[in-house]
Design a protein. Sequence first.
Length: 405
Amino acid sequence: MGCSYEATFLEDQGGWELLEQAENHHRGVSLLARAMVHYSCQELCRILYLLIPLLERGDEKHKITATAFYVEMEQVRRIPEEYSLGRMVEGLNHQDPIMKVLSIRGLAILARRTEKNAKVQALLPSMVKGLKSMDGLLVVEAAHNLKTIFKGQDRKLTDSSVYVEMLQILLPHFSDSRENVRSSCINLYGKVVQKLRSPCTPAMEEQLISTLVPLLLIMQEGNAKVSQKCIKTLFRCSCIMAWELPKRAYSRKSWDNQPQTVAKICKYLVTTHQDSTFTFLSQSLEYAKNSRASLRKYSVMFIGSLVPCMESIMTEDRLNEVKAALENLRHDPEASVCIYAAQAQDHILASCWRNSWPLPHGDSWVCDPATTHRWSPSCENLPTSHQQRSWIMQALGSWKMSLKQ
């Protein structure tokens, strides 16, 4: 066929390797089709006629390959609507997530045509819903095409619920083990946030608040590229929500020697977003289970500063949950995690003890029970105003006893 330009393009982009891999085959096919469109390959018409039967009657594997080729050809061929928009809509409801992603790609190409833009815009809710429970790489692939469709929207007429749902889908992928997925999803999240407009709806506010802890923790991992994306996205969230986070919350500087910074951030979160405090705790406990040791370490540091700020609203069940998590982390394979888990325990015990049994006005501690270990879970001598909080004394006492064993 004399397609030397296409072959060279494919080789430069790693297309041949993609074609050999089952999970990336559709990406290799798309790359080949894109090259043929770019270089105006003379065989495009012939290939299109061969594709139609495969799209109509081929098995599932052939349909994926044919669809990957077909959607790229929409850039140059004026195909009847039943074979363009209609087929892409059908693909959105396909059980195979790759077909959904390819259909979104096809719709993004169709959206470039003025006469079909409005119809494509109307399909945005269906496109976004299709990304739920999808692999991170596929979400990134689809989201890049959705970004093209978002650009063509009239901001004043857009229902923010579509954006909020998109944010909900991107957030779980912040902790993906693959750096490119993490970085892309965090970056895309910030781009979608830029589309939001005041006044914030309750759903929008709740979603953005749930982004705070993930961004703060991932920012600390030490990956410069990902950290920079976190800072930009956090700043965009702060602008739309008018947050006044401590300045150092936007810093990539490690928390290792800055416990006061972590404490200030936690105090701000609990004071400003008290209704979301238990969400912050749940998120940090979940990140403390992450496979990456650096994320576990900074999650432990965060928990150690957050829990003392929650003393007035802490429940017995949640304190026991924290206790169990930190106890497990004291036996973590990573030494630094063990150390910070022990420090977090000490900090929580010391702070909660002091706050649970305040001294009369003007008095100061002669000795700190958390330091001398002279603890008593008994509440018999507690002031009447504090006897209702006796469970925390018992919980702290048993926790301290378990640490001695």
